[in-house]
Structures are given as structure tokens and as C-alpha cells.
Design a protein around this ligand. Structure first.
Ligand code: GAF
Length: 391
């Protein structure tokens, strides 16, 4: 840990040589074990915070300016605290990487009495579906509240971070990523009910299984993808079902038994989306039961089913990811594999027996290289604590 702290502080001092004391925070990325595209339909999801982070270093300045620099981006951002809330500043930030920490500063509603220098240093890949945007936003809010000695509930902080994505980046994301990042706990997944926002921890025995991500290298961007389209399709399905007399508030209020009736009500696209949502919600609950009883094969099968549903019914996969899941299913020691995150590229998540990790990594890389003529990035993830201050 100390070497990363030194590196991040050195990076901060390079940009801000006049900075005296700086505070340092670590905000993780997340994996989602199962429960995809149901966090905006009132479903249950099972994400976990991981050992890849965005480090956030902050120091005060006397210039009345908030500055954002990053070791991972050339562009830097600067906003005078007097202009923080101006529409021009918001429009200027909209397409910059620093839109997230900027949006966090605005929505925190903190009265800034001095400027702040922010530097970011990331070990979390961007665009791979590990939620770098939620990580930086949650991390910035956490850092701001912590520096100002403000106590806020994790749920409220997560909702604010979600609002940053909605209002500043134009992505109508769900609440899973923010809740996973703020509430992460070592060696535990988070069973989150996105309807009630209640959650509990589900222990993951890392001496039995590991979660390994394989990056397709196809850059997913929720902004450019059909994410918002999918959301609209679900909203429409909900509306139509309500009009047809269903007493529901969210699509996940329906049960698998309702699907026969639903098929007669909804147009084909809306039916397919609803089919995925309802069956996926069921799979999450089943998965949590199986993994806690060490039925790893049964748990893994649910991941394959989830992928099938994301590909065929929710239509957020791409041919390369479908192939990657297929390749994984042929490798010894793999319990399950599926597309992870918003889709249209990004990573697969693979549930692999501890003894098979090396074999899996080598074999999937070979298969990938043979087909794509390039080596994929592979991340073995350990499950870690959520956003915290480290210095
Ligand atoms: C993205 C979103 F940000 C999440 O809220 C969630 O909907 C996910 O895609 C799909 O499950 O990560």
C-alpha cells in the first residue's frame, strides 16, 4: 500500500508543488457477479467492490479555483468557485473526463470557502465495465464530505452520485454501481434490493472461487450505447402492463409465472426486455442461495443463463463477447461466464475454481489471440472494501 500512496502523492505534488497537506482517498471499481440491467427495474443485484481503484488526492489552495488533473488524462479542468454553478461551466464540463468530480462538487452543495486541487490516479481500467465513472464520483463526494466533517448516509451519497451521472453525463444509470462502491466489504458480495435500497452481505469464499474479467477491448460507453434505449423500453413495458391492470410499481414486481400473460400484452421488443428482467431477478436470488450452500456448479450455470438472456432477450451483447463466453465454457474449472455491466463490449466475468485460475487465464488468452490476433487484458479481481480515506 505504501508504494501506491507515495506514487499518488508524488503525482499530486508534481502538478501542485505549492500544496502542503493533502488527503488521500481510494475508491474501488466494482464487479457485478449477477443481476444485470435490473437495478433500474427494482430488482436484486449482486455486485462487489474490487482491488482496482481510483486514488483521489486533495489539497486546499488560496486561488478560489477548483482544479482537476489526472495521471490518466492529458486534459486538465479548472473552475472558479464563483462559477461552479454556472450553466456555461456545466456545458463546458459535459464532454470532459472531469465532468464527474465537477458534478460531485456541484451536487454536494458544499459552500466552498477556498479552492481545491484534485488529482486522480487510476488503476481501474476505463471503459471496461468496472464502473470508473461511479468510482470517481462516489470517491469525490466521499472526499468532500470527509474533509468538511459532514456525516452522510451511504445510501444518500450513492443517490447523489447517481444524480451526477443523470444530470451531468446524461446517462440514466441505476443505483447498483454507486451502492457497491460505497458499501464494499472485503470478501463479500452485496445483495442489494434496488427497490428498497436495503442490502446484506453474501460471503464469497476466495479459497474456492475467483472472479476473473476478460476485456473484449471493445470500448463500451454507456453514453453511446443503447443503455438509455433499454431503459426507455423497460419504462414503456411497465406503463403498458400497468394499463393492462397489473398492480405493479416496477417490472421486477412481476413473477416468472406472470410471463405467459405478459407475452399476450406486450409488443415483442418490450416482452423480450421484460423476460430478461424478471428471469434475471430470479436468478440473482437463486445464485445467492447456491453459492452460500457451496453448490458452485449450479451457481455457475446461472451465470451462463444470465448471459444467454442478456444476449438473446436484452440484446446488449456483441458477437465477440458471445464467443468469449463460449470459449470459457470449454475450459476446465470454469463454473460460469457472462457479459458484465452495461454491455455492447467491455468485459466478461468468469467464475473460476481457484485451482484453475492459471489454466483459465492462459487458455482464454490463447483462444482470444487466435481469433482476434491480439492479447486481451485479463484482471483477476479480489473483493475489497468500499471507498475510504487512506492518508
Ligand atoms: C451500468 C449502470 F451504470 C448500472 O446502473 C447497471 O444498470 C449496469 O450498467 C447494468 O446492469 O453499469
Amino acid at each position: 500500500m505504501s508504494s501506491i500512496i507515495d506514487t499518488v502523492i508524488a503525482h499530486h505534488r508534481e502538478y501542485f508543488p505549492r500544496s502542503a497537506d493533502c488527503a488521500l482517498f481510494a475508491s474501488p471499481g466494482r464487479i457485478n457477479i449477477i443481476g444485470e440491467h435490473i437495478d433500474y427495474n427494482g430488482g436484486n443485484v449482486l455486485p462487489a467492490a474490487i482491488d482496482k481503484h481510483i486514488y483521489i488526492c486533495i489539497s486546499r489552495n488560496n486561488d478560489g479555483i477548483i482544479r482537476f488533473v489526472s495521471a490518466n488524462h492529458k486534459e486538465t479542468g479548472e473552475v472558479a468557485i464563483n462559477n461552479l454553478h454556472s450553466p456555461q461551466t456545466k456545458a463546458h464540463a459535459a464532454h470532459a473526463w472531469w465532468v464527474y468530480p465537477y458534478g460531485a462538487c456541484v451536487l454536494s452543495n458544499i459552500e466552498f470557502d477556498c479552492g481545491l486541487d484534485f488529482s486522480f490516479y487510476s488503476t481501474l481500467p476505463v471503459g471496461a465495465g468496472m464502473s470508473s465513472s461511479a468510482s470517481i464520483t462516489v470517491g469525490t463526494l466521499y472526499a468532500l464530505y470527509s474533509l468538511n466533517n459532514i456525516i452522510i448516509k451511504s445510501k444518500d451519497l450513492a443517490l447523489q452520485a447517481q444524480k451526477v451521472e443523470w444530470d451531468f453525463a446524461g446517462v440514466k444509470c441505476g443505483i447498483m454501481d454507486q451502492m457497491a462502491i460505497i458499501n464494499g466489504k472485503k470478501d463479500n458480495a452485496i445483495m442489494l434490493n434496488t427497490k428498497t435500497m436495503e442490502f446484506s452481505y453474501v460471503p464469497v469464499d476466495t479459497s474456492a472461487v475467483r472472479f476473473i474479467l476478460v476485456n473484449s477491448g471493445v470500448k463500451h460507453s454507456l453514453r453511446e450505447s443503447g443503455y438509455n434505449d433499454r431503459r426507455r423500453e423497460c419504462d414503456r413495458a411497465l406503463l403498458l402492463l400497468k394499463e393492462a391492470g397489473f398492480a405493479i410499481n416496477e417490472l421486477c414486481d412481476c413473477s416468472v409465472d406472470d410471463l405467459i400473460q405478459i407475452q399476450n400484452i406486450l409488443p415483442q421488443t418490450e416482452y423480450k426486455r421484460t423476460y430478461h428482467v424478471i428471469t434475471e431477478n430470479n436468478r440473482v436470488l437463486q445464485f445467492a442461495r447456491e453459492i452460500q450452500q457451496y453448490n458452485l456448479t449450479k451457481a455457475g450455470e446461472l451465470l451462463y443463463k444470465s448471459h444467454q438472456s442478456l444476449s438473446v432477450y436484452y440484446e446488449v451483447s456483441i458477437p465477440l463477447i458471445d464467443e468469449m463466453v463460449e470459449w470459457a465454457s470449454d475450459i476446465d474449472g470454469v463454473y460460469g461466464s457472462r457479459l458484465m455491466g452495461g454491455g455492447f463490449g467491455g468485459c466478461t466475468i468468469n467464475m473460476v475454481a481457484l485451482y484453475a485460475v492459471e489454466h483459465f487465464t492462459r487458455t482464454i488468452a490463447q483462444k482470444f489471440k487466435k481469433k482476434e490476433n491480439r492479447t486481451p487484458e485479463i484482471y483477476e479481481c479480489s473483493i475489497e472494501d468500499g471507498t475510504r480515506r487512506i492518508e
